[in-house]
Design a protein around this ligand. Structure first.
Ligand SMILES: NC(=O)C1=CN([C@@H]2O[C@H](COP(=O)(O)OP(=O)(O)OC[C@H]3O[C@@H](n4cnc5c(N)ncnc54)[C@H](O)[C@@H]3O)[C@@H](O)[C@H]2O)C=CC1
Ligand SMILES: CC(=O)C(=O)O
Ligand SMILES: [Mg+2]
Length: 581
């Protein structure tokens, strides 16, 4: 019997690990009387392998495993079942009062017991996502140097030019890597330039690949491009883990990223999926365009958010029974998130037969410089069609008074931007005003759930990038939706990886938006919640993943033609991946 077969993890959900020991010992529920091991059937495996993060089962090693692996006596007599293991982790997790404490505990758990970690996360998505993802991961990134506890991915610095392939080859699981998530740390959530501390976000995103979409962690590699940081306080922070230099810029920066992209595919293969995360907006768009014909890549802040944003808008259409083209929509912020959503929204409206100008007619943009008018100098290409021939104003309240939007979408990192006056004005003109506060983490929300419900007299359909608890209003319990790209990217990468697609066309983001909008029931929609619950995120990833996989195969985006002949196989493959954890 091989080591890995002997090491029957058997920790599939709800199963009991203690079956094997029952024939070998007398046992009370938790404590077992063990008999000495017989040396002739032992398997010699280096102890550091048995207790490595990939293999360590803690007290779930059965009596047979303990005897045959010669680790008998190296742990207490108790053999824990799956449920007991999960209970022990859960008790530890909840024993920490602060969320950063819980984050720290989970980091240690992953480093010592990777399988248990992912089993715990995928079983407790609702409790754990706010820790390993927004909002806590943002706070953790601000003190990442203090929390640092060893290898989580690859750091490539600006001094590594000419050697990137060699550095990537240093990754211990290089042979199995199929996807990377890369950040240069310049716009970490709404917290600005966090330099090399941004690694925390790349790690968090990839943990959702596994926890929500079942993609084995050995296939995934988080990468931080340390090209310096313009955040002076990090230069002075004695615990900072990155280079204390100004950021690379201009041609030097672009050449650096070009070399990186080439090194990725030459090390891990042509169809390696490359996920760009939290780059500053101009660079995010520049790389999305630059690499569109050469790599299988996507930008989560632009495209993943677009799918979730449009999904939310389609949800509002379901509630209000008013077609999206008749809604007046104000975007507050003109960065990756807002521009990505507006682009996909325009695509949706044009697919309904509208001209580009008609699709853009009721959509307004407002940013730090005020409302976007045709008088503005240097408008990004994507936004030109949305610029209005109207009087300029620097006040969002004035704009809202003027155009009376039925939907407002904030992605500004400007907390409190949606004032009482704005929300009241919208509620006075619309039965169910849509309010989206995409900014992360929670402290950056344009308004809180409570403010949205209170100032709209409970009428608002409110969603936010970070989780808000339900609010009691006039005897009703109102549950906000989480408008976060975590409802899109796990499905999109699962599909792309499963069918070996070589690119990620715009249509799959549109498709994901439609599937997402269908997820909540009519009853949930009418209660004002347009997104699934976070605890349903695995199901969302699977269902959208299957649809996207079929689309990719049917439209010739899949690398292997024989898969096309068996396109229903994608269903099966995805199920297998999901059951792998
Ligand atoms: N919920 C989700 O899934 C996602 C949320 N986000 C969040 O969206 C926020 C923005 O990120 P990016 O789109 O990359 O944008 P960015 O950071 O590149 O741009 C922000 C935009 O907001 C505008 N802005 C800033 N302060 C403003 C103010 N007081 N009034 C009006 N406009 C103002 C700026 O002019 C700019 O257009 C971040 O907080 C980020 O965490 C980003 C991606 C996904
Ligand atoms: C959620 C996300 O990707 C962001 O806030 O940047
Ligand atoms: Mg992001």
């Amino acid at each position: 019997m091989s080591f890995f077969r002997l090491l029957n993890f058997g920790i599939t959900r709800g199963s009991s690990i203690s079956k094997t020991h029952q024939s070998n010992c007398e046992c009370s529920p938790n404590l077992i009387k063990i008999r000495p091991s017989s040396s002739h059937d032992t398997i010699r495996v280096p102890i550091e392998v048995v207790f490595s993060d990939k293999c360590n089962k803690a007290l779930a090693f059965t009596l047979e495993e303990r005897q045959r692996l010669c680790i008998h006596g190296l742990m207490p007599a108790c053999v824990r079942t799956y449920d007991e293991q999960m209970l022990a982790i859960e008790s530890n997790f909840h024993s920490f009062e602060s969320n950063v404490g819980r984050y720290r505990y989970l980091r240690a758990l992953r480093q010592g017991y990777e399988r248990l970690y992912f089993q715990f996360v995928s079983k407790n998505v609702h409790a754990v996502l706010p820790i390993i993802y927004t909002p806590t991961v943002g706070l953790a990134c601000t003190v990442y140097g203090m929390l640092y506890r060893g290898m989580t991915g690859i750091h490539i610095t600006k001094h590594d030019r000419g050697h990137m392939k060699q550095i990537l080859s240093n990754w211990p699981m290089r042979r199995s890597v199929k996807a990377i998530c890369v950040t240069d740390g310049q716009r970490i959530l709404g917290l600005g330039d966090l330099g090399a501390n941004g690694m925390g976000i790349a790690v968090g995103k990839m943990e959702l690949y596994t926890a929500l979409a079942g993609i084995p962690p050995s296939m995934l590699l988080p990468i931080c491009l340390d090209v310096g940081t313009n955040n002076k306080s990090l230069h002075e922070d004695p615990l900072y883990i990155g280079l204390r230099d100004e950021r690379l810029k201009g041609d030097e920066y672009v050449c650096f990223v070009d070399e990186f992209m080439e090194a990725v595919v030459s090390t891990f293969g042509d169809q390696t999926l490359i996920h760009f995360e939290d780059f500053a907006t101009p660079n995010a768009f520049m790389f999305l365009n630059r690499y569109q014909h050469c790599y299988c890549h996507f930008n989560d802040d632009i495209q993943g958010t677009a799918a979730v944003g449009l999904g939310g808008l389609l949800g509002i259409q379901r509630i209000t029974k008013k077609p999206l083209e008749e809604h007046v929509i104000v975007f507050a912020g003109a960065g990756s998130a807002a521009m990505g959503i507006a682009y996909l929204l325009k695509m949706e409206l044009m697919s309904r037969g509208l001209s580009e100008a008609d699709a853009a007619k009721n959509i307004y943009f407002y940013d730090q410089d005020g409302v976007l008018t045709t008088a503005r100098k240097s408008i990004p290409d994507i936004l030109c069609v949305f610029a209005k021939n109207m009087k300029e104003t620097k006040s969002l309240e004035t704009l809202v008074e003027q155009v009376k939007p039925s939907i407002i979408m904030g992605a500004t990192s400007a907390p409190g931007l949606f004032t009482e006056k704005i929300i009241r004005t919208m509620a006075a003109s619309h039965e169910r005003p849509g309010i989206f506060a995409f900014s992360n983490p929670t402290i950056k929300s344009e308004c809180t759930a409570e403010q949205a419900y209170k100032f709209s007299d409970g009428k608002a359909i409110y969603s936010a990038g970070s989780p808000f608890p339900p609010v009691e209003f006039n005897g009703k319990r109102l549950t906000p939706g989480q408008a976060n790209n975590c409802f899109a990217f796990p499905a999109l990468v699962l599909a792309t990886m499963t069918v070996l697609a070589t690119r990620m066309p715009d249509e799959i983001f549109l498709l994901a938006a439609h599937e997402l909008a269908e997820f909540p029931t009519n009853e949930e929609m009418q209660s004002g919640r347009i997104y699934p619950l976070v605890k349903q995120a695995n199901e969302v990833a699977y269902k959208i993943g299957v649809k996207v996989a079929k689309y990719l195969i049917e439209n010739g985006e899949s690398l292997h033609l024989h898969i096309c002949a068996y396109y229903y196989l994608s269903n099966w493959l995805i199920k297998v991946m999901l059951s792998a954890i």
